[in-house]
Design a protein around this ligand. Structure first.
Ligand code: NAP
Length: 314
């Protein structure tokens, strides 16, 4: 509890690790706190093909391992701890965790976002047993099987087309009769020979005992309920959920400013409204959530934190 870090970074996805790299390299005493797994969402991504320079062996876990090696080489400390409360407003920031309290002069919130759930019976129970939120991680498991995709945005349609590289049929279920996705993506999806569409319908339950055998959906205009069951020869149906993401802002939403969807609002220097508190990566209100933009946010936040700490000391 005695040590006062120059910066504590909460979160160890690409935003947090990039912030850690820039902070430690600038000789700030740096602590990166991570909850359960290092790397955030890309740790479950098989291929990261659009991060500049990541061509061969460009898997999420490998990229994360290299980022970790790099931050540690520059002297950043890392600790696995669940943050339970934060006191950010004073000059000295206190982070309360499952492993005790930590103090810092500045804080970077790189808390990330998580997939929104459908919120229907059996969804959690059957996650990893036919229910998935990550096509790049799991599509291959459904080779030559049938898959149902929920969602109507860019992610749902793009991932449905990706899943169709493996699956024999992909049924996209959307709660309205028009898609939210970009026109170009809709046109491509509509022309796809393996994709079918069900409109105005929501999931009411996932069906399965141990593994997913089907889904029950309800037409919200007619109230008609129907079940989509796995082909009896397959026995297993894939269910992919792409109904948006939720920022991990539970801890801080009362103290920083968040937008209507809950994302933290910063200026272009990643500053929140609290002096010495910055936000970076997917948790921030922005137009593109990718590894490259998370890493960029992290770098900017760390450089700004360094300036802030220097000014405090003067
Ligand atoms: P999104 O745009 O927020 O779309 C979420 C979709 O899920 C919407 O169609 C929404 O329906 C539906 N939905 C939400 N809650 C639901 C529920 N409880 N039950 C059933 N359906 C529900 O999320 P996204 O597709 O993940 O995209 C996120 C951001 O990344 C967007 O800005 C997107 O443009 C961007 N993105 C871009 C690309 C690309 O440019 N290639 C690719 C992927 C993502 P409604 O339409 O009725 O609201």
């Amino acid at each position: 509890m005695d040590k006062i870090y120059d910066v504590i970074i909460i979160g160890s996805g690409p935003a947090g690790l990039s912030a850690g790299l820039y902070a430690a390299r600038a000789k700030m005493t740096t602590l990166i706190l991570e909850k359960d797994k290092t790397g955030g969402q890309i740790s479950g991504t098989e291929e990261v093909a659009n991060y500049p320079g990541s061509i061969r062996e460009a898997t999420g876990p490998l990229l994360v391992a290299r980022m970790v090696e790099q931050v540690e080489a520059f002297g950043a400390e890392r600790a696995r701890a669940d943050v339970t409360a934060v006191e950010l407003e004073g000059k000295l920031k206190k982070i309360v965790t499952s492993k005790g309290d930590f103090l810092a002069k500045s804080v970077i919130l790189a808390l990330g976002a998580k997939p929104r759930l459908l919120g229907v019976p059996n969804e959690k129970l059957l996650t990893g047993k036919g229910v998935s939120y990550c096509a790049t991680c799991d599509a291959e498991f459904f080779t030559d099987l049938e898959v149902v995709v929920f969602g109507g945005g860019d992610t749902a349609l793009e991932e449905a087309m990706f899943i169709a590289k493996f699956a024999k049929k992909v049924i996209v279920v959307h709660r309205r009769d028009t898609f939210r996705a970009a026109k170009s993506i809709i046109e491509k999806a509509m022309a796809h020979p393996k994709l079918e569409f069900i409109y105005d319908s929501v999931a009411t339950q996932i069906i399965g005992d141990g593994m997913v055998q089907g889904v029950e959906i309800k037409n919200i205009k007619t109230d008609e309920v129907k079940q989509i069951m796995a082909d009896p020869n397959d026995g297993l149906l894939g269910v992919f959920v792409f109904v948006g993401y939720l920022p991990e802002t539970e801890l801080v939403k009362e103290v920083v400013t968040v937008d209507t969807a809950g994302y933290i609002i910063t200026d272009e220097n990643m500053k929140t409204k609290i002096p010495g508190v910055f936000a970076a990566g997917d948790v921030r209100a922005k137009s593109l959530r990718q590894v490259v933009t998370a890493a960029a946010d992290g770098a900017i936040a760390a450089v700004q934190a360094e300036k802030y700490v220097d000014a405090l000391e003067e």
